[in-house]
Unconditional design. Structure first.
Length: 208
C-alpha cells in the first residue's frame, strides 16, 4: 500500500505532488489532501515562495489580499496586484492610484505593457491575447483541417485526401500544434501526405 503524500507547511498539494506556496500566499499546516495555499489577507503580504505565514503592513497602511511585497502596502487607495488576465505575468513596482507599472504577457500571448491604476482602483492595460496561427493552407493532397480557433496552443487534425496517407504511416490524418517563435505564430512541423501503397498499385504509380 502506497503511503499518502504529506506536504510540509509552506507547500501546496496538487494532484498528490507538493509544491512551494506562491508569493502572496502562505500555508501554516501540513497537507494530506489537495489544497491551495491561502492568499495573504488584506493588510498583509508575502515575499517569496514557500511561506508559512504573511507579514503585516506598517501601522496606518493596508493592502489588497494576495500582496507580494511591502510596496503594495499603502495609506491611500490602491489597485493591488493585477489579476492574471489570459496568461499575464505582472511585474509590479507600485499599486497606488495614479501610478503606472508594467505587465508582461507570457510566451504565446500578445498585449500587456504600461498599466495605470485608475481612480476606480482598476488597472488599465492591453489584455493578453493568444497569438494567432491562422488556418493552414489547403494542398492537392490534404484539404480538410479541423480546428477550433487556430490560436497558440491549439492542435489541429489535417485529413488526407482520398488515396493518400501520412508519409511513413498507414494513417490518413496528422496533428500539428500552433507554436510561437519571435512573437509570431506558426504551425509546427508535420509529415506530408503521400499516395498509399494500394493507390500506387491501382494507379500504377512508380514506387520510387
Amino acid at each position: 500500500m502506497t503511503a499518502a503524500v504529506v506536504c510540509a507547511p509552506g507547500e501546496t498539494r496538487i494532484d498528490g505532488s507538493c509544491r512551494p506556496c506562491a508569493a502572496g500566499t502562505a500555508q501554516a499546516k501540513a497537507l494530506v489532501a489537495n489544497a491551495k495555499c491561502p492568499a495573504c489577507a488584506a493588510g498583509r503580504y508575502g515575499v517569496g515562495v514557500g511561506l508559512t505565514s504573511c507579514k503585516g503592513c506598517e501601522a496606518g497602511k493596508t493592502s489588497k489580499a494576495g500582496a507580494t511585497s511591502s510596496d503594495e502596502c499603502s495609506s491611500g487607495p490602491s489597485c493591488g496586484r493585477p489579476q492574471a488576465l489570459r496568461a499575464t505575468t505582472p511585474a509590479v513596482q507600485t499599486t497606488a492610484v495614479g501610478r503606472t507599472t508594467m505587465v508582461t504577457c507570457n510566451t504565446g500571448f500578445g498585449g500587456g505593457g504600461a498599466a495605470t491604476c485608475g481612480a476606480d482602483r482598476k488597472w488599465s492595460f492591453a489584455k493578453c491575447t493568444a497569438v494567432m496561427c491562422g488556418k493552414p493552407a489547403s494542398t492537392a493532397k490534404n484539404s480538410a483541417s479541423i480546428g477550433a480557433s487556430y490560436i497558440f496552443g491549439d492542435v489541429i487534425a489535417t485529413i488526407c485526401d482520398t488515396d493518400y496517407v501520412v508519409k511513413g504511416t498507414a494513417v490518413i490524418a496528422k496533428q500539428t500544434k500552433c507554436t510561437v517563435k519571435a512573437n509570431k505564430g506558426g504551425w509546427g512541423p508535420s509529415r506530408a501526405a503521400q499516395p498509399s501503397s494500394a493507390a500506387r498499385r491501382a494507379r500504377r504509380w512508380p514506387t520510387a
